[in-house]
Design a protein around this ligand. Structure first.
Ligand SMILES: Cc1cc2nc3c(=O)[nH]c(=O)nc-3n(C[C@H](O)[C@H](O)[C@H](O)COP(=O)(O)OP(=O)(O)OC[C@H]3O[C@@H](n4cnc5c(N)ncnc54)[C@H](O)[C@@H]3O)c2cc1C
Ligand code: FES
Length: 256
């Protein structure tokens, strides 16, 4: 795929917009799925890196990837010049499940850090299907908030920052949008650091709220061959790259 635009939206993050280099139409991609990106011109980062589908813009046939500089591979990706051709395998993994039509109750999409990435595409798809997604986004501080304008175009946005520089001060799990008094939540979708997802899962379990999380286990092949991404579930060990990355919390062996 060809890099159409590389928007440096933060000191650590870039938003890459890519389109098929041969001009073909993007395949269908479901919210929660990911791509395996080959790091261009890098012999030291041999393995592809898994990156979530952030948004599929059907108006201009572009795939958006929100990339955080976490190490050698992603550092190289966020420097990609416009016009560069990048090799991707896509789409991979399963997807978030859609709520039943006519369901009542709030749909809360919770994202922390780079975990906000898959929530945008999920929110867009939910909105298109006639639902009203609500987002709860967590960041260290105001300057670390990502794509807030895109989320605001899609639904109600709640924000929490660790330092209180924007939205409510504290962790997403302390936000009033998640409190008992905030109205009945019928489903929670969550992606972010493991401690955050575990804390959200614990709240969901206690309040019997249906909850799906997207795991970001280390991956190598992304195709179910190397077993490097295994997660223990109630059905035994499974590969997150092929059986996930999205799991209902009832499938996981997370305990409070
Ligand atoms: C399904 C899935 C979706 C993801 N979506 C995104 C996304 O949308 N945007 C994004 O920026 N990142 C995403 N990640 C994380 C991203 O894949 C890693 O940050 C990346 O592989 C690190 O590669 P690197 O070469 O930059 O760092 P490395 O030099 O390989 O490692 C640097 C540091 O990152 C840690 N790391 C490596 N792999 C992972 C991983 N899978 N998860 C967490 N930490 C890791 C290493 O332990 C090390 O501390 C996703 C991961 C998965 C599994
Ligand atoms: S990453 Fe190789 S099996 Fe999942």
């Amino acid at each position: 795929m060809r890099v159409v635009e590389n928007r440096h939206i933060h000191a650590l993050y870039s938003l890459l917009r890519l389109t098929p280099a041969d001009g073909s139409k993007l395949p269908e991609m479901l919210p929660g799925q990911f791509v395996q990106v080959e790091i261009p011109d890098s012999s030291s980062t041999f393995l592809r890196r898994p990156i979530s589908i952030n948004f599929v813009d059907t108006t201009d046939n572009t795939l958006w990837l929100l990339i955080r500089n976490a190490g050698k591979g992603t550092a190289r990706l966020i420097e990609s010049p416009e016009g560069l051709i990048i090799n991707l395998i896509l789409p991979l993994g399963n997807s978030f499940s859609m709520p039943e039509q006519g369901q009542t109750g709030r749909l809360l999409l919770i994202g922390g850090g780079v975990g906000v990435a898959p929530m945008l595409q999920l929110g867009k798809v939910l909105k298109l299907a006639g639902f009203s997604p609500e987002f709860l986004l967590g960041a260290r501080s105001k300057t670390d908030l990502l794509e807030v304008d895109m989320f605001e175009e899609t639904g109600v946005v709640h924000i929490s920052t660790d330092d209180g520089s924007f939205g409510e001060k504290g962790l997403v799990t302390q936000h009033s949008a998640l409190a008992d008094s905030s109205g009945i939540i019928s489903k929670i979708y969550c992606c972010g650091p493991a401690p955050m997802m575990k804390a959200v899962a614990s709240i969901a379990r206690k309040r019997s709220i249906d909850c799906e999380v997207s795991l970001e286990n280390m991956m190598a092949c992304g195709l179910g061959a190397c077993l490097c991404c295994v997660e223990n579930t109630v059905k035994g060990n499974v590969c997150v790259c092929t059986e996930g990355p999205v799991f209902n919390i009832n499938q996981l062996t997370w305990h409070d």
